[in-house]
Design a protein around this ligand. Structure first.
Ligand code: NAD
Ligand code: TDX
Length: 332
């Protein structure tokens, strides 16, 4: 039994991880989350109070971080500004949280000699052509495109430097696109599901040919626990579930699962600098650490996700109108 500090544990993937830890281990969890627009206390509802504690605060607050590191055994760092579209509109919070926030945690890990796992993204590798036979591996050169992905790339490099220069006991994982419950309605899949529930037509950027490599958030959580348990200090592990789909296919599948015509969507203004394709080769994680994803079939995971949004309108409804107004102002 250990106590884990989970930064960003009230966000999408962080809260899925906290639920996973409570269900599959006997660890205690302290969540440190600033509750930005993307954080939601309700994502932790129903979890036992003797296992999960929420501390509302900023990962860039060195005094607070210091006090929390003193009372935990290990740290899993999810907190970030995470949305590419927002980073094109206002990059500053991405630098504050993704760079300065990660630096603050690394300095605390160094002072307190705590094990740290840093959560990152496949977007640090840039994008691939649609017909490129290669997928990203741990040795693919960094080539980020957006303010979001460049700050995530910067945070990864800080972690590597703190391991090498100061002996911080850290690992890194770079995961592909997640879907599942508790994802903010600004993101692609929940936006389209909640559009259909509200009677709004789904919105596809550009031609919809861009490919994302989908993994269920619960599989991301099991991979992170595996790395915490068996990962080698200083190593990077890519997490993916062989789930490549283009955006058009995903929108058509969502519409079909709602019993609607698969072409009942609109093409809208494309994202500037829109990455074409991400694809992960997770052989290292699978062969060296023995991890396999539980959701092998995207349609099954997507159906369960649609059911969750149907059953939890009170969770997402407060953010929906504001998000749609923001997108409408950009022709999206
Ligand atoms: P999210 O935006 O849903 O959640 C981020 C959480 O961090 C929120 O709860 C927010 O309140 C909190 N936060 C933001 N700034 C903070 C600060 N300064 N101090 C404390 N808390 C703060 O993001 P997500 O999609 O759950 O992503 C979580 C992590 O996983 C990020 O590091 C992201 O880069 C990475 N990632 C995401 C995906 C994906 O598909 N969403 C894929 C790969 C990696
Ligand atoms: O309304 C939309 N229509 C649309 O076609 C939205 C919101 C998105 N898209 C497209 C853009 C992307 O090609 O769908 C794809 C997925 O978009 P997002 O959900 O914004 O995700 P993406 O930009 O791929 O980044 C996500 O995966 C990697 C996460 O937001 C990042 O945090 C993570 O690092």
């Amino acid at each position: 039994m250990a106590t884990l500090l989970v930064t960003g544990g009230a966000g999408f993937i962080g809260s899925n991880f906290v639920h996973h830890v409570v269900a599959h281990t006997d660890h205690r969890v302290v969540v440190l989350d600033k509750l930005t627009y993307a954080g939601n206390r309700a994502s932790l509802d129903g979890l036992p109070a003797d296992r999960v504690e929420l501390v509302v605060g900023d990962i860039a607050d060195a005094d607070l971080v210091d006090a929390l590191f003193a009372r935990v055994d290990a740290v899993v760092h999810y907190a970030a500004e995470s949305h590419n579209d927002n980073s094109l509109h206002d990059p500053r919070p991405f630098l504050d949280t993704n760079i300065i926030g990660t630096y603050t945690l690394l300095e605390a890990a160094r002072r307190h000699d705590r094990r740290l796992h840093h959560i990152s993204t496949d977007e640090v590798y840039g994008d691939l052509e649609l017909d490129d036979p290669r997928r990203f591996t741990e040795s693919t050169p960094y080539n980020p495109s957006s303010p979001y992905s460049s700050t995530k790339a910067g945070s990864d490099l800080l972690v590597r430097a703190w391991v090498r220069s100061f002996g911080v006991r850290a690992t890194i994982s770079n995961c592909s696109n997640n879907y599942g419950p508790y994802q903010h309605v600004e993101k692609f899949i929940p936006r389209q599901i909640t559009n259909v529930i509200r009677g709004i037509r789904p919105k596809l950027y550009g031609a919809g040919e861009n490919v994302r490599d989908w993994i269920h958030a619960d599989d991301h959580s099991s991979a992170v626990l595996t790395i915490l348990d068996k990962g080698e200090i200083g190593q990077t592990y890519l997490i993916g579930a062989d789930g490549e789909k283009d955006n058009k296919e995903v929108v058509e599948l969502i519409l079909s699962l709602f019993g609607q015509s698969p072409d009942a969507y609109d093409h809208v203004t494309d994202r500037p600098g829109h990455d074409l394709r991400y694809a992960i080769d997770s052989t290292k994680l699978r062969t060296e650490l023995g991890w396999t994803p539980a959701y092998q079939d995207f349609e099954t995971g997507l159906k369960a996700t649609i059911d969750w949004y149907r059953d939890n309108e009170a969770w997402w409804a407060p953010a929906k109108d504001g998000v749609e107004a923001f997108y409408a102002s950009k022709g999206q």
